[in-house]
Ligand binder design. Structure first.
Ligand code: ADP
Length: 179
């Protein structure tokens, strides 16, 4: 992990790195509605967790866009994986903003139910699903700030950016929101 930037009273960190290496209570997976694995961060998480993760995902019966499901983390350093399904970008007039916000809210709701204190998020929807990254970063940071405000039991949230352009967008969005 490198190039750390922090906000929300030190409870939010933006880092460049690989989410599969994060030793947190739960890492979030940007999954698809089948929950049966895909490319990008989903593929990396399944590769690192091992085949038992897919076995558990098969029992879940999929997940609608904007919602989330939780599993164990298996061989990952993270104890759990929260699988959420981001919207595919169709130009911005198909409820994409609200669905993306709903992903973050659904993850915080699961964190609350399961008493999780440390979370790591990837940049949901900004890879294969083509959501514009600046817009996604604003929505993500707004929802994370609200989640941290509402749930004081959460000690830390890390946004893990795999690509430089994504890290830059989150960094800029955090600075734009700073008081
Ligand atoms: P989506 O289908 O939701 O767009 P992707 O996995 O294609 O999901 O991309 C979401 C984001 O995850 C992208 O910004 C991509 O760079 C990032 N990503 C890919 N691999 C990793 C990883 N190992 N750790 C963190 N982020 C990752």
């Amino acid at each position: 992990m490198s190039e750390t930037h922090s906000g929300c009273g030190g409870r939010l960190q933006i880092v460049r790195g690989d989410i599969t290496e994060c030793a947190v209570d739960a890492i979030v997976n940007a999954a698809n509605t089948s929950l049966l694995g895909g490319a990008g961060v989903d593929g990396a998480i399944h590769d690192a967790a091992g085949p038992e993760l897919l076995d558990e995902c098969r029992t879940l019966g999929g997940c609608p866009t904007g919602s989330a499901r939780i599993t164990r983390g298996y061989a990952l350093p993270a104890r759990h994986v929260i699988h959420t399904v981001g919207p595919i970008w169709y130009g911005g007039t198909n409820g994409e903003d609200e669905l993306l916000a709903s992903c973050y809210r659904s993850c915080f709701a699961l964190a609350e139910q399961h008493g999780l204190r440390t979370l790591a998020f990837p940049s949901i929807s900004t890879g294969a699903y083509r959501f514009p990254v600046q817009r996604a970063a604003r929505i993500a940071l707004n929802e994370i700030a609200q989640g941290l405000e509402r749930l004081q039991t959460i000690a830390s949230v890390i946004v893990v950016c795999f690509e430089g352009r994504v890290y830059d967008a989150y960094h800029d969005a955090l600075n734009a929101n700073a008081p």
